[in-house]
Design a protein around this ligand. Structure first.
Ligand code: WT7
Length: 661
């Protein structure tokens, strides 16, 4: 049975253990349901109370939700706050200030601890350095950093002075970085000379140099470089400065700048259905509320917890559950620089044992690769380590197949720990559909139920509700505090992408297909319904990869990209390519396929490399010239073609396209 089929018949239910229920903040389903009812009966009152209880305001808000310009919703908008103060200053004078904020484990295993007090001083000093570089409230700053304490310090320091950060994942190419610097109108880039991953020293600053050399970065004045390793890198006089240079003489005290609740805390680029990535803009007040609240609700974080989210700060998960949430909650968290498979695939388990991690949050793709490793090498099986510190496990980024869920439950959680399969998106800011560890009975492969106040539903194209058991489109019918505010510089695209007119223009369309179970009404995400792929939990636009391929103008005439299911990476990229020369076969085809893979890595980043590349004399098209993507998806999967192909000009190309290289 395939993973997809087995999830359809999934009927195993795992109620939370009694002890977990007793200890939890939201204790039992009745408590969860009571919160949902409160939110339904007095939507604004509910959120106003949460915002007062969970956020420190420098100026209290009087308006909770302003819908007058929907879908450009505003939350708490006459209130003022500072995000960094809500993560750091808030703990001063409480027992948290001397607790460890960050346990940093470097690639080579070196461990450093930073207390809340120390982190506040480092953020303050860095914030002063940014100010000395002329960076001001509202300026955009690109952060292109490895997973380090310094990365989090850079984000917090921007927040402290009201600068809007835009973190670009360290695996993105110079071209991708160039586009983001330009789109954001960034005044500065914060980077490192190198990053350490799996024992290798990989360049970052050199990529920044390439990105700037591509031109168009007219707003950029400064590049700040963290010397992660002793290896020198190119430094442009006047433009580039090391951290040491700019930090020298700066005081550790920096008064946080109060900003309006709707002030953009950050922009994070993500893939959509066109070739151009979207700059998802988040607020300060509503976002911060969500980061704090979901740490409490979903992870039930307690003072003695050691939280570890394995996501990179380059993704939204690393924003909400590394850079902001754990600090706002006053938790101790592990930050890991390296990769799960180095020096061997036991690294995660070894680190859980070593740091006595209690709440562990990772992606299905990591779990699947570690299952595979443990199956081939018993030495890296989790049973070799003491994982008894764990009490809650989390999953994020893509649907988790029940097989991986069960393995995680048994071999990592010791059948003791609730698994929270958290569904959310860059756009939602934080969890929206997820089990609560002390309340929700879990079902493998299901993200279960919406958080209180999240009005999630499954509807048809017109926005009409569908009954349980019927597959449809996932929507959220009412706004929520941490929702995307706009697409940076493109409000029209924001409206068009997320609030379709056919549904009334106010319903948030997630872009995922979903179905609710007939018995419990539990949500199960069936995958994207737009041209977005999810490869190892990384979001990629098929159009983006297509544009990258056709930009190799000396070689490529036409390209179409689709996803196909993959046991390890969830989905895999499959590209169908027509060359400007006769269709290659054999060794020649392999050679060109590799050339194209490297080209895509250079244009976007290695994560976007097509796994499969197929060559044809043409692509299957309808009479009006539209590429028949459904047909391509079938070919990619290796399925028999059942669609009507009578309109195809040249049916023989289907055979060509079925050939792998
Ligand atoms: C897409 C969002 C959420 C942060 C990391 C990814 C998929 C995410 C789940 C889950 C099924 C999931 C969806 C979503 N997704 N979590 N628990 N179960 N699917 O953020 O890059 O914005 O991607 O990831 O397809 O739309 P993202």
């Amino acid at each position: 049975m395939s993973a997809i089929e087995s999830v359809l018949v999934e009927n195993r239910v795992f109620p939370p253990q009694e002890a977990a229920v007793k200890a939890a903040r939201i204790s039992g389903m009745a408590a969860y349901e009571a919160l949902c009812r409160q939110a339904e009966q007095d939507f604004q009152g509910f959120w106003a109370q949460q915002a007062r209880d969970n956020v420190v305001w420098t100026r209290p808000f009087s308006r909770t939700l302003d819908e007058s310009n929907a879908p450009f919703y505003k939350w708490f908008d006459d209130g003022e706050l500072n995000a960094s103060a809500n993560c750091l200053d808030k703990h001063v004078g409480t027992p948290v200030e001397n607790e460890t904020a960050i346990v940093f484990e470097a690639d080579d295993g070196t461990v450093t601890r930073v207390t809340y007090k120390e982190l506040l001083a480092r953020v303050g000093q860095f914030a002063n350095a940014l100010k000395a570089q002329g960076i001001r409230k509202g300026d955009r700053v690109i952060i292109y950093m490895p997973m380090t304490v310094e990365g989090v310090v850079a984000m917090q320091a921007c927040a402290r002075i009201g600068a809007t950060h835009s973190v670009v994942f360290g695996g993105f190419s110079a071209k991708a970085l160039n586009e983001r610097i330009i789109d954001a109108g960034a005044v500065a880039v914060i980077t490192a000379n190198f990053q350490m991953r799996g024992g290798k020293e990989l360049p970052l600053k050199a990529i920044v140099d390439d990105a700037i050399a591509m031109g168009g970065c007219t707003t950029l004045r400064t590049v700040l470089v963290y010397m992660r390793t002793p290896t020198a890198c190119n430094m442009a006089a006047g433009r580039d400065k090391t951290f040491d240079e700019v930090l020298k003489g700066q005081s550790a005290e920096c008064t946080p700048v109060s900003v309006g609740a709707e002030h953009p805390l950050f922009i994070l680029y993500t893939s959509g259905s066109t070739g151009k990535p979207k700059g998802v803009q988040h607020s300060t007040g509503g976002y911060l509320l969500w980061a704090k609240l979901t740490m409490d609700w979903t992870f039930d974080i307690q003072p003695k917890d050691v939280f570890w989210c394995t996501a990179d700060i380059g993704w939204i998960t690393g924003h909400t559950y590394v850079a902001y949430g754990p600090l706002a909650a006053g938790a101790t968290q592990v930050i890991f620089e390296g990769i799960p498979t180095w020096p061997d695939a036991g690294r995660f388990w070894q680190m859980i044992q070593k740091h006595k991690v209690t709440v562990f949050y990772t992606a299905p793709t990591a779990i699947r690769s570690l299952i595979k490793a443990a199956e081939t090498d018993a030495k890296v099986h989790p049973r070799n380590w003491d994982l008894s510190s764990l009490r809650i496990l989390g999953s994020v980024g893509e649907p988790i197949n029940p097989e991986a869920w069960m393995w995680y439950h048994k071999n990592v959680g010791g059948e003791r720990c609730p698994i929270v399969d958290t569904f959310w998106q860059t756009e939602t800011g934080g969890h929206v559909i997820t089990p609560l560890p002390g309340a929700t009975p879990t079902v493998p492969g299901s993200c279960t139920l919406p958080l209180p106040g999240i009005m999630a539903a499954i509807v048809d194209e017109t926005g009409k509700d569908l009954p349980n058991g019927a597959g449809g489109m996932l929507v959220i019918k009412r706004p929520w505090p941490s929702m995307i505010r706009t697409i940076w510089g493109d409000p029209e695209r924001f409206k068009k992408s997320y609030f379709p007119e056919e549904m009334g223009g106010r319903t948030y369309l997630a872009g995922d297909g979903a179905v609710r179970s007939s018995d419990r009404g539990y949500f199960r995400i069936t995958g994207r319904i737009d041209d977005v792929l999810n490869v190892s939990g990384h979001r990629l636009g098929t159009m983006e990869i297509e544009s990258a391929l056709v930009s190799k103008t000396d070689l490529v005439a036409e390209a179409a990209v689709v996803g196909r299911p993959d046991d390890l990476t969830g989905e895999a990229v499959c590209a169908f390519v027509v060359l400007k020369r006769p269709r290659p076969v054999g060794e020649e085809a392999k050679k060109i396929a590799n050339e194209l893979r490297n080209w895509v890595a250079k244009e976007i980043g290695p994560i976007a490399k097509p796994k499969d590349i197929r060559f044809g004399d043409n692509l299957p098209k309808t009479r009006s010239g539209k590429i028949m993507r459904r047909l391509l998806r079938s070919i990619a999967k290796g399925e028999a073609i059942t669609q009507d192909t009578s309109t195809l000009e040249n049916p023989a190309i289907l055979e060509q396209l079925a050939e792998k290289n």
